[in-house]
Design a protein around this ligand. Structure first.
Ligand SMILES: [Zn+2]
Length: 62
């Protein structure tokens, strides 16, 4: 294994840790949590309107 491989492996690990510590109710799945639109990985909503709608929904559930 080269040093580069090890570095990217470390980066992957940090990314996994960061994801695990995110708010559990809002994982970034690559799909809009509000309308289900497919997006680039790491995003949770397709736009601010969806994000606001989703947050309102979360608050209403509690
Ligand atoms: Zn959306």
């Amino acid at each position: 294994m080269s040093i580069d491989d090890r570095a990217s492996e470390q980066e992957t690990l940090w990314r996994a840790i960061a994801l695990a510590h995110r708010k559990p109710e809002a994982p970034a799945t690559g799909e809009c949590l509000c309308c289900g639109e497919t997006m680039s990985a790491g995003r949770r909503w397709c736009d601010a309107v969806c994000r606001d709608d989703w947050e309102r929904l979360q608050r209403a559930r509690r």
